[in-house]
Design a protein around this ligand. Sequence first.
Ligand code: SF4
Length: 376
Amino acid sequence: MINLLDFDADGLTDWFARLGEKPFRARQVLRWMHRCGVDNFGQMTDVAKSLRAQLAAVAEIRGPVPVRASTAADGTRKWLLDVGGNNAVETVFIPEPNRGTLCISTQVGCALECSFCSTGKQGFNRNLTTAEIIGQLWHANRMLGAVKQPGVGDGGERVVSNVVLMGMGEPLANYDNVVAALKLMLDDNAYGLSRRRVTVSTAGMAPAMDRLRQEAPVALAVSLHAPTDALRDELVPLNRKYPLRELLAACRRYLENAPRDFITFEYVLLAGVNDRDADARALLALTRETPCKFNLIPFNPFPGSSYRSPAAERVRRFQEILVQGDVVATVRKTRGDEIDAACGQLAGRVRDRTKRRQAVVVAPPARRSIPLEAPA
Ligand code: SF4
């Protein structure tokens, strides 16, 4: 069976053409699936009965299978979704007064092994398919009651206004499936989200950033986490392949075609590792030529990690230095922590990790120890 959630608009149009059907039929079905959240061809009342029967015989609309759902006191919702092979990924919805943000996963695990990351510690199993990526938004809209009601035009509330690809996995290491899902998020016949409200977060896959700039330019967040190559090689091993100079040049190229005029740099603050005054000043020097904002994320401890979260005063001082350097710097609020939905805890379950090394080949590390205490 073909799962129609695997197609973006062009792919669905091509598939319908092979059935001898016109492009408008593909658009009708696209709208039923994504705008109305329908998973049954029988409900597609403006599609000819004979075509509905034909579709039911050869295709399906198969969304993710939830194995657990939880809601935190602050309204944050989390779904654990089964992706087969005893693996699962997480999707989190964070409601705020003026927007609703859905954080979605793109891989089962992650091969990049960032040293401070809960997902990185779990290993890698496989890329999610387009259906599994867009299926997270499809599922959330259904659960949140945000689907448009058939036959009443644009009725229905858009509860998910923003999507961030910041869950499990490195989105740009699963490029083709992620771009197909992005196109659906932006498509007016599907989710119709603004490019400015869809954010891809990458650890810095520079060549793929160049492709994304051409093929689906959405807002970009880059996980920076260190002001020097020496430290970043340790924290984000991908840096050995695409070092800071190359990464920042790719960021500036991205801005030529981006929906926002700045890059968001994510920076996890690790006590005594990258949170000194000198690190903040080095960041200002490093990013002087790159329009940017900083999102500071105090480390969120997880079992088995030796890093510590900095004291609130250290976070405040780090932020102050950046702001005094004329850079916007915010500190990420922790939401939904009692359901493990805060940053660095969005993990899911990776049982089969044997494919970790097949995903991304990174040069071996130059060993260096990371100080765990702040220097005197
Ligand atoms: S921080 Fe992102 S890229 Fe790094 S290991 Fe975690 S999920 Fe992968």
